[in-house]
Design a protein around this ligand. Structure first.
Ligand code: PFF
Length: 452
């Protein structure tokens, strides 16, 4: 705790390294793959507004809380919660929060890896120039072919999982820190290029109107829950990923400033992805609500027709894969840190065990896109179920529990000491995590359950 200045797993070499890694965790498939398709499914502008509001009012304060708890505990989320509960004189069962988070990370990674596998498959297609001069129908067919093939998807899912395990094994400083350095800025540049192309595609205004003109009649309680859940998902909150990264953060780095940067960068990337994709959707008469295949059915069209499209397509998928990798590593890090602390395993063994278990569940997810697509529980196939359970339920609940712990359980003098922010800022933060976050999440849940 306060006397601990470093985690046994290592420490980021600087504040900048932490920012890169945490931004790497936040920016991923959630921004480029998921945000556009759920925005399309939920009618556009109003959904985007609710999402932005949730990032500002819930995401930012909870991220500050989560990093703070991690840095004060300096262990895996489970053990961090144990020692912080003891320090605060709170119920030791708070450490179950760490367990739930570990489980959520595990469930998310199972499907995350499958989708990242699609990106790998598309990287190869981009390399062989498959998108060149193709029309919307042909691009759609390509995606359907991939969906119909469990073998291909399992192959790419395996490749991605092996890559994830490889980077996790190398540990905090040698693995990611190096890779993320130049990848984030590069991803940003290529998104700007795609936006420029979208501006010339003819349906730019329609795309912008879809994204930014709110029509609240288009959303219901479920859409609000999805938008709120996505705010947690996209910022990697509520499951201990950011907490464990916080545990490697040197003392006296400003948590608040760092959080604003991460949340800002994450939001900009998501909006850029939306601005690049929706004009293409409308210009090619595609369905905005076509689901998880949306980016795979739109962006290749741009690559197939724009100048330099071969190269940009290749670069885009490389960067998307790295963005996914820097997130997948953080999904599994809480489990790896815990195995190392408690089960006497080294990082290598811990990565292999947790990665293999995740891989197996991922094979089930692959089947949910083909041979098991009709196997449903609560009207959802395995992919939809895992997504709903984690993003819409586990992450918001985990996030609120973090907010409640930081706001109500922890000694406020300790929080002040960690955050080192001016009094008014501290008060505003406290108000948001003590009252606003718990109330907002429970109100949305009650609405979805039909109680309100
Ligand atoms: N934030 C990541 C994305 O948007 O792709 C996904 C994610 C990573 C969610 C880590 C949760 C997490 F703990």
């Amino acid at each position: 705790m306060t006397d601990k200045t470093q985690s046994i797993h290592g420490q980021w070499s600087s504040r900048f390294a932490f920012i890169l890694a945490a931004t790497g965790s936040a920016v991923g498939l959630g921004n480029i793959w998921k945000f556009p398709y759920i925005t399309g499914e939920n009618g556009g502008g109003a959904f985007v507004m609710v999402y932005l509001l949730c990032v500002a009012a819930l995401g930012i304060p909870i991220m500050i809380a989560e990093i703070m708890l991690g840095r004060r505990g300096r262990q895996s989320p489970i053990n961090t919660m144990k020692s912080l509960a003891a320090e605060a004189g709170a119920d030791p069962r708070w450490h179950y929060l760490g367990w739930c988070g570990m489980l959520a990370g595990f469930l998310i990674l199972a499907y995350y890896s499958v989708i990242a596998g699609w990106a790998l498959a598309y990287l190869v297609k981009a390399f062989f120039g498959v998108f060149m001069n193709s029309n919307a129908e042909e691009i759609k067919r390509l995606f359907e072919n991939l969906m119909e093939s469990p073998i291909q998807q399992i192959f790419w899912h395996t490749v991605f999982m092996v890559l994830t395990m490889h980077y996790v094994m190398r540990g905090v400083q040698n693995g990611l820190e190096k890779a993320v350095h130049f990848l984030m800025p590069a991803l940003f540049v290529i998104l700007i290029l795609l936006v420029a192309y979208a501006m010339s595609s003819g349906a730019y205004e329609q795309g912008m109107a879809f994204l930014f003109n709110p029509d609240f009649s288009k959303i219901d309680a479920d859409a609000v829950l999805t938008a709120m859940g996505h705010a947690f998902f996209t910022l990697s909150l509520g499951m201990g990923a950011i907490m464990v990264y916080g545990s490697y953060l040197p003392n006296h780095v400003s948590i608040a400033k760092t959080t604003f940067f991460i949340a800002g960068a994450d939001t900009v990337v998501a909006l850029l992805a939306g601005i690049a994709i929706f004009p293409l959707v409308f210009a090619n008469n595609l369905e905005a609500s076509s689901g998880p295949g949306l980016i795979f059915q739109t962006l290749p069209l741009a690559f197939g027709h724009m100048g330099g499209g071969w190269l940009f397509g290749l670069l885009f998928f490389v960067l998307l894969i790295f963005a996914a990798l820097s997130s997948s590593i953080s999904l599994i890090e809480p489990a790896v840190a815990w195995l190392v602390e408690n089960k006497n395993l080294d990082r290598r063994q811990a990565s292999i065990w947790s990665g293999s278990a995740c891989w197996l569940l991922g094979v089930g997810v692959v089947f949910s896109f083909n041979i098991w697509s009709e196997v449903k529980l609560f009207d959802k196939n395995l992919f939809q179920l895992l997504d709903y359970l984690t993003a819409n339920l586990m992450l918001p609940l985990g996030g609120v529990a973090i907010a409640i712990f930081a706001g109500w359980m922890m000694k406020q003098s300790h929080a002040e000491q960690e955050l080192e922010i001016p009094a008014e800022g501290f008060k505003a933060w406290q108000f948001l995590i003590k009252y606003v976050a718990p109330a907002a999440v429970f109100l949305v849940f009650l609405h979805v359950l039909g109680v309100l």
